[in-house]
Structure formats: structure tokens, C-alpha cells
Ligand binder design. Structure first.
Ligand code: SF4
Ligand code: SF4
Length: 292
């Protein structure tokens, strides 16, 4: 069976991307839902999946001081380019959050008092949720290898989709245009860009479209909360038309979307007969049925 992988991304946070991903995931038959927003995974809170498997993600290394060897000379404080080593209460100390794992301190310490330890606090989980299977990663705070963890989530998603004959893989991507976004969209079948009608929404969408174009992927734009600024929504649509980007649809602001999330449901589950749920269904049909 050939999978259809659809990535939902946005140039910035707060556009309602995850609410829309959740709605898509609960529309039809069973799907594989992968939360690739590994820095701020939140769909597991909504869907409360069972944990059938978990895997440690080694996100790099962190420096730790062996105080039985350290003479508190302070040489490492001067060398660390990341400002991760400082004196706290006159005792040299390394911040786990700031340490980049570059190993320099462990090489220059005259007492060999600094050890590099694999950072194994990031995890990938997989399991079942009420509309299929789910995979998600959680990067530990301060870690920067999110692109690698996204790749791991996607590989697992494909594996589980194949095992369970799930045709559709929905990837809820991270915001922005950085490495984890590129890891999310590389090789997918379609990319959905969620934007909102603000100047920054327009600019961020334009930057996101540029990235998607570099990968020659079919892109669809959803203007969420379009009625908060109809003129700006028109501008976004005009720009998309001029740049041959398909407008998948517009969604109005609807406070029931937030109420649904608070109740642990997607808007499709919470208010299936609401106009917004019907619009989301039409948008999904348009995205999935359009030939690549
Ligand atoms: S360079 Fe080594 S001995 Fe000196 S303060 Fe740093 S850890 Fe301690
Ligand atoms: S490993 Fe690099 S970043 Fe971390 S404390 Fe040592 S010098 Fe600083």
C-alpha cells in the first residue's frame, strides 16, 4: 500500500495549525498521526494515546564536572563559548541547558575533571489513539537536534502505518522555517501551510512557501480566522494566486475550536455539525483529492 504523507506546517506559532491537524486526524477512517513539533508536542495531551513503545533519543552530549578531581581553577569558564560554565557560590558549575556539547572544556581541563555524558532525556513514543496510531517525540529542554528527532518520528510513523495498513500519515509540523520543518516536509506528498490574516502571517507564509517550493512539493494554504481581517485575507489569497499556490480554504474564527481543545477533543469530534467542521471536511477533500 502506498502511503499519502501530508505535512501541516505554519511559518509561525499560534496560527491554529495543531487544531487543524487534530481535526484532519479525526475526520475519516483510521490514520497515522505524527506530532513532529518535537520542541512543543501537544497532540498527545489532546488524544491521550496508549504508550505501546518508547525509544530514547540521544540528542548529543553534555559536560559534567567530576568534583573529586576539579581544582576550581576556572580555566574552563574562560574557554566555554556558550557561556555554559560559571562560578556559582565560588564553585565552578556547568549549565545543562546552555551546554552545547562541543567537548572543548573536557579537552582543556588540566585535571581531566570534565566528562561528556550522552544526553538521553529526549524520547519518542508510539501507541494507539481513538482514530488510529500515533507517534510523537519530545525533545528535552535546551536540545537542538530536533531535526534528527523529527526524522526518527517520521521513520517510525512509516513503519507503523505499513504494519497497520494505514494509508494516510498526517504530520503536524513545527512552526518556523528551520531544520525541523525541513525534516518534516522532505519527501512528503503534500504540504498544508496554515496562516492567519496579519502582516506577519503573510510574511511568514511567504517564507514558508519559498522553502516548500525548493523541494518542489505541492502546497496548499489555509487562512485560519480569516474574518479577523478580511482585507488581509484577500491580500494573502492574491499573493497565493500570483504565485500559483492553491488556496485550500478559509476558516472563520470560532471559539468552539478552543473549547473543543479544552475538552480534549478536536472540533470535528466536539461540534461535527458546526459550519467550521463542514468547512474543514471540504478543505481536507480538496487537499487529498487534488492530483499531485
Ligand atoms: S578546568 Fe577543570 S579543574 Fe579547572 S575549574 Fe574547570 S573542571 Fe575544574
Ligand atoms: S562542552 Fe562546550 S558548551 Fe558544554 S560546557 Fe564544555 S565548552 Fe561549554
Amino acid at each position: 500500500m502506498n502511503n499519502m504523507e501530508i505535512a501541516i506546517i505554519s511559518g509561525k506559532g499560534g496560527t491554529g495549525k495543531s487544531s487543524i491537524s487534530a481535526a484532519f486526524a479525526t475526520l475519516n477512517g483510521e490514520v497515522l498521526l505524527a506530532d513532529c513539533d518535537v520542541d512543543a508536542a501537544n497532540l498527545y495531551l489532546l488524544f491521550n494515546p496508549s504508550h505501546e513503545e518508547e525509544e530514547v533519543f540521544i540528542a548529543g552530549e553534555k559536560a559534567f564536572i567530576d568534583y573529586s578531581l576539579c581544582t576550581n581553577c576556572g580555566i574552563c569558564v574562560d574557554y566555554c563559548r556558550f557561556g555554559a560554565i560559571s562560578f556559582i557560590n565560588e564553585k565552578v558549575s556547568i549549565s545543562e541547558i546552555l551546554c552545547d556539547g562541543c567537548r572543548l572544556c573536557s579537552r582543556i581541563c588540566p585535571e581531566n575533571a570534565i566528562n561528556m555524558v550522552p544526553n538521553d532525556k529526549s524520547m519518542m513514543y508510539s501507541g494507539s489513539f481513538r482514530n488510529g496510531k500515533m507517534v510523537y517525540g519530545r525533545l528535552s529542554p535546551g536540545e537542538e537536534n530536533s531535526g534528527k528527532l523529527v526524522n526518527m518520528v517520521r521513520e517510525k510513523a512509516k513503519e507503523i502505518a505499513k504494519e497497520n495498513n494505514l494509508e494516510t500519515i498526517i504530520l503536524d509540523g513545527p512552526p518556523g522555517i528551520g531544520c525541523p520543518v525541513i525534516s518534516t516536509i522532505t519527501g512528503v506528498d503534500k504540504v498544508v501551510i496554515v496562516t492567519e490574516p496579519t502582516i506577519s502571517g503573510l510574511h511568514d507564509m511567504q517564507r514558508t512557501v519559498e522553502i516548500v517550493k525548493k523541494f518542489s512539493l505541492p502546497a496548499f494554504v489555509i487562512i485560519n480566522k480569516y474574518d479577523l481581517n478580511s482585507d488581509m485575507s484577500d491580500q494573502i489569497e492574491d499573493w497565493c494566486r500570483q504565485n500559483k499556490i492553491t488556496i485550500a480554504g478559509r476558516l472563520p474564527f470560532n471559539k468552539q475550536v478552543v473549547e473543543a481543545m479544552v475538552m480534549g477533543k478536536s472540533i470535528i469530534e466536539f461540534a461535527p455539525d458546526n459550519e467550521i467542521s463542514k468547512n474543514i471536511t471540504i478543505i481536507w477533500d480538496k487537499i487529498t483529492k487534488q492530483k499531485k
